[in-house]
Design a protein around this ligand. Structure first.
Ligand SMILES: C[S@@+](CC[C@H](N)C(=O)[O-])C[C@H]1O[C@@H](n2cnc3c(N)ncnc32)[C@H](O)[C@@H]1O
Length: 100
């Protein structure tokens, strides 16, 4: 496990900064950030997974915190959770993504 700033992942990941991950699940709060910063994060995360693999964002918002970038990525709603415990909700979303 690595702890650090998700907006500085090269620094956070150190020697593993070139690693390709299977997918990304994020619960980083985005709604308070400007749209361009949200988009930068998504684009950075997508660089770290193979083409076609997902970046899943868990959000308290009813809508996705990022809008689709037609030339770069699509945004799809995966699941709606009413549970209070966020770790359990994260697992549910992960299973939902893997079920496709
Ligand atoms: C809504 S909580 C989610 C907690 C946990 N992932 C869960 O699902 O139970 C948001 C978490 O994002 C972390 N966070 C906020 N900004 C971050 C950043 N720039 N880089 C890494 N983590 C960040 C906070 O420390 C907090 O633990």
């Amino acid at each position: 496990m690595r702890c650090g700033d998700a907006f500085a992942l090269d620094l956070t990941l150190g020697a593993q900064r070139k690693t390709k991950f299977d997918s990304v699940i994020s619960a980083i709060p985005l709604l308070h950030l400007p749209p361009e910063k949200r988009r930068e994060l998504v684009l950075d995360l997508l660089e770290r997974v193979p083409a076609g693999r997902p970046v899943v964002q868990i959000t308290y918002g009813l809508l996705s915190p990022v809008v689709a970038l037609p030339a770069g990525y699509e945004v799809r709603h995966l699941a709606f959770m009413m549970r209070k415990h966020s770790t359990r909700a994260a697992l549910d979303v992960c299973e939902e993504a893997g079920a496709e």
